[in-house]
Design a binder for this molecule. Sequence first.
Ligand code: C2E
Ligand code: CA
Ligand code: CA
Ligand code: CA
Length: 272
Amino acid sequence: LAGRACYRIYSATEGEQGQYQQRLSEALMASLKVAPEEFSVVYQPQFDLATNTMVGMEALLRWQHPELGQISPADFVPVAEQRGQIHELTEQLVRQILKDLEDCEIGYARGRRLAINISARQIADGRLEAMLEPFFSSIRAAGWLPEIELTETHLMNLSRACLAKLKAFGDRGINVAIDDFGTGYSSLAYLHALPVNVLKIDRQFVQRLGADGRDSRIVSAILAIAEALDLEVVAEGIETEAQRSRLRDLNCHRGQGYLLARPMPLAELTLG
Ligand code: C2E
Ligand code: CA
Ligand code: CA
Ligand code: CA
């Protein structure tokens, strides 16, 4: 009987989750169509850890719904993926970035990186290149170097045709980064064959450096892999000075995290 009670609680929770997903999905569909102003983009600066200079930024989507409030991309991006709305969402991202760049008139990007997150499921979609080509041209004209971030888990499932598309991006000077590196299951042989040139160390490994910056075994191992394969490394989620200095001592190239700068509207970002 206890088992049955548990089952009921469990299924009620699942049902509620399903309802929320359904509500999110409908709201997302509606907002993308009629209320694009609910979406905005924040930019989190990335720094060269050796010199402390700002060398790039990652664009992150925000969605403020009138009834549901501020919804995390960690919640709405998976919904968009499942419901076939990820293309429209990325369209919104790209449109907003171009608008921000225009409004803020930052004409001195000078070769800094501008990274966007792309769902690996989009790579197979023929509309992706058609959307990204003019976008990359525009941001390049403003002095930014385009970078695409893809999460590791999905990279493992890409077809040969999709890998060829990624390689084509790389051939045109667009950086391709593996996001949340270390949380998926890439074999080294596979990693070697992937057309990527940047690894982003997942926050959990940076956190493992601890407040005292000491447990650096995994980060060191990732840096060694990156060096062997000639990949650049970005550490994300740097929250303490100890983590920052440890990463710098380990020769990690780029860093990003609340200690260095929070994600913020482009208008608030100052480029040195
Ligand atoms: P991510 O790509 O791993 O992005 C980093 C996340 O960590 C961001 O959360 C960022 O705000 C947060 N963060 C940055 N520094 C720190 C730190 O020092 N400490 C902690 N605790 N967190 C930090 P956010 O903006 O909520 O985004 C969550 C995820 O949603 C992203 O994870 C990314 O996978 C996805 N996402 C965001 N924007 C987009 C987008 O435009 N397209 C797609 N496909 N996915 C997006
Ligand atoms: Ca990312
Ligand atoms: Ca990440
Ligand atoms: Ca992450």
